[in-house]
Design a protein around this ligand. Structure first.
Ligand SMILES: Nc1nc2c(ncn2[C@@H]2O[C@H](COP(=O)(O)OP(=O)(O)OP(=O)(O)O)[C@@H](O)[C@H]2O)c(=O)[nH]1
Length: 262
């Protein structure tokens, strides 16, 4: 079983802000969004978590190991430094999709994303320390097999981009529907997924599905850990095993603390 803690990050009333008093320069919005993502990546990453940029105005973080107080501090720091504020909703679940569903509902109950009076909401619960284990999180690191030789060095950049995005779109949908797992494009030809308790056969199924549907060949390394950084590093090492051996799936189930809670 996995015990995933996720945080739904949403910039407050961002849509109206982007056009008030008149539409703001797009380069300034792009700069703000990418800086906010970079800052959150550091603030959450320093505590072992991962942030995915997803739509930039809405982001998803894997926050196992972070308390609600940690979230409050991050929220305050952003509020002090940016012309916008953000709301945070934290939830846990036996699958990542279930956890994010709860987190999003909590935020929606607090009001609309475009509600002037709904600001800096902080809702939800974190996993108490005594219930944390070294195998709460399962993270998969996918990449396209030989993306450089097949696409980057062969096609024009936009056609490469289309191929990679096709693989991503198919994988994200299938992982969500079949396995309640959440996959995010992280750059290059890489996709990181925060997963339910999938086994090696399930990963082989997902890789085969993407290959059949859109003819993009993936390989994947999978790891576990107490926090995203730990599970993600194990996944990266497992992916190196795929590169070394040619396996399409490599799982590493070794954890630092595999004991269930007392
Ligand atoms: N975010 C992220 N990007 C990566 C990572 N590793 C590689 N990349 C990106 O992916 C691109 C392609 O690199 P590789 O995946 O190593 O190259 P490849 O040609 O697909 O080769 P194989 O993976 O060995 O099949 C790189 O240029 C980077 O932009 C990673 O761990 N994280």
């Amino acid at each position: 079983m996995t015990n995933t803690q996720v945080t739904h990050v949403q910039i407050d009333n961002y849509g109206p802000w982007t056009v008030t008093p008149e539409p703001r320069r797009e380069v300034d919005l792009q700069t703000l969004q990418s800086r906010l993502y970079a800052d959150l990546s550091q603030l959450v990453g320093n505590r072992g978590g991962y942030v995915f940029f997803s739509r930039f105005d809405n982001m998803v973080a894997v926050t196992n190991g972070l308390t609600v107080d940690d979230h409050a501090l991050i929220q305050e720091s952003v509020g002090n430094r940016y012309p916008v504020t953000m709301s945070l909703s934290v939830a846990t679940g036996t699958t990542p999709a279930e956890a994010l569903g709860t987190a999003t509902e909590q935020l929606q109950e607090a009001g609309s994303a475009q509600d002037k009076s709904r600001r800096e909401i902080l809702r939800g619960r974190a996993i108490e320390e005594e219930y944390r284990t070294g195998e709460d999180l399962q993270i998969a690191h996918f990449d396209v097999v030989n993306a450089t030789g097949k696409y980057t060095d062969e096609l024009n950049e936009f056609d490469t981009f289309i191929e990679i995005e096709q693989g991503y779109a198919e994988l994200m949908r299938y992982m969500r529907q079949a396995y309640d797992s959440l996959s995010f494009f992280v750059g290059g030809d890489n996709i990181i997924a925060v997963c339910s308790a999938m086994d090696a056969e399930d990963y082989r199924d997902a890789v085969a599905h993407v290959s059949d549907a859109v003819d993009v060949e993936l390989q994947v390394g999978v790891g576990r850990g107490a926090v995203a950084h730990e599970a993600g590093m194990a996944a990266k090492h497992a992916l190196e095993e795929c590169r070394a051996t040619g396996e399409e799936v490599h799982v590493d189930w070794s954890t630092t603390d595999a004991e269930p809670p007392a």
